[in-house]
Design a binder for this molecule. Structure first.
Ligand code: GDD
Length: 322
């Protein structure tokens, strides 16, 4: 039986991935950062074998990987918030950067010890491109990050190709923004959809930062599917995963508020300069034609449908909490 190890198993992508791999018949081990996360994984996916540990503790991770002896490692763990990384660059570098490279090294060590191949999937990010001069961005776009998070992800991304040249199967998926009702409200989409649901019920305001930033937003389960396809592909490679369409934060707000019947959204939104980042990519738009060509991957959910699903989930959640 194929054994998979998923880091970041409690997150949006990690939880979706664990469910997918279990449904595919794999034995799934998941890494949680603390007991609260471990309990959440156990509750949603009781069949996952949960381990608690710090991805940045590379020696502990190497021992854990040797013990699990996985066939596949999906490295999704780490700091995932660009906003958080500005205030915590050291922690971001330690976990998102060094932690990833530690995982590649752990995989190599495990492979040498067991003499069985270990495949690794690294969750890379559009943030490695920083403020790109070309649009759309593809696998050949220059890597020039402009946030601490992007720098940490770039270190991991470039180390992945180094490890590949040293005989380890490491595939990367360069993920553009991908959302679902499982997103925490620290990310702008869920912040908007949960606020739209709340304001429709009881009024109030929503504070946001940069309303003009344009992002390429897709449906998270599609992006998890791309990860699975990339690790099962015959060759390890880099794949941009994106829809190719962009919308501004303001567009997202307008669509979410319209879904709950509010057309005059600017009356409910204020810009808080404290939420505007020191540097923020004006536009990120991905070209996923390589993933389409080689992996047969395509996004399945369009922007309006994505916003609608997230808003409806937040309206239903408020109903349940009533
Ligand atoms: N979080 C947040 N909160 N973002 C805001 C806000 C706010 O109040 N107001 C405006 N924004 C803008 C940000 O400045 C950014 O331009 C955009 O909304 C999206 O922000 P996030 O949802 O926080 O996501 P992100 O683009 O920084 O990062 C996400 O996508 C990356 C891939 O492109 C994360 O999922 C990363 O982990 C991922 O790598």
């Amino acid at each position: 039986m194929t054994v998979a190890f998923v880091t970041g198993a409690a997150g949006q992508d990690g939880s979706l991935l664990c469910e997918r791999l279990l449904a595919d018949g794999l034995v799934v081990h998941g890494l949680a950062f603390n007991q609260t996360e471990a309990d959440a994984i156990k509750e949603s996916s009781p069949d996952v074998v949960v381990h608690v540990g710090d991805l940045g503790d590379t020696e502990a991770m190497a021992q854990l990987v040797t013990w699990i002896a996985p066939d596949q490692i999906f490295n999704l763990g780490g700091i995932s918030s660009v906003a958080f990384s500005w205030d915590n660059p050291l922690e971001t570098g330690r976990v998102t950067g060094l932690g990833a490279v530690g995982m590649f090294e752990a995989a190599r060590r495990c492979q040498e010890q067991t003499r069985r191949p270990v495949r690794v999937l690294q969750a890379s990010s559009a943030e490695i491109f920083g403020q790109p001069e070309q649009a759309p961005q593809d696998e050949a776009t220059p890597i020039r990050p402009v946030s601490p998070y992007g720098v940490a992800k770039a270190y991991a991304h470039q180390s992945a190709s180094l490890c590949r040249s040293r005989g380890l199967f490491v595939a990367t998926v360069i993920l553009f923004n991908h959302e679902s009702p499982r997103r925490p409200p620290t990310f702008v989409t869920r912040k908007i959809t949960s606020s739209a649901a709340r304001i429709a019920r009881q009024g109030g305001m929503l504070s946001l930062g940069n309303l003009d930033a344009r992002r390429d937003w897709g449906w998270a389960p599609d992006y998890v599917d791309a990860m699975v396809r990339a690790i099962r592909h015959e060759e390890p490679d880099d794949f941009v995963v994106a829809t190719g369409e962009t919308h501004s934060v303001a567009d997202f707000v307008a669509a979410a508020f319209a879904r709950v019947g509010i057309e005059d959204w600017p009356q409910h939104v204020q810009v808080d300069p404290a939420l505007v980042r020191p540097v923020d990519a004006t536009e990120q738009r991905g070209d996923a034609s390589k993933a389409k060509r080689l992996l047969g991957w395509e996004p399945s959910v369009a922007f309006d449908e994505l916003v609608g699903r997230m808003v409806d989930a937040d309206v239903a959640l408020l109903e349940r909490l009533r």
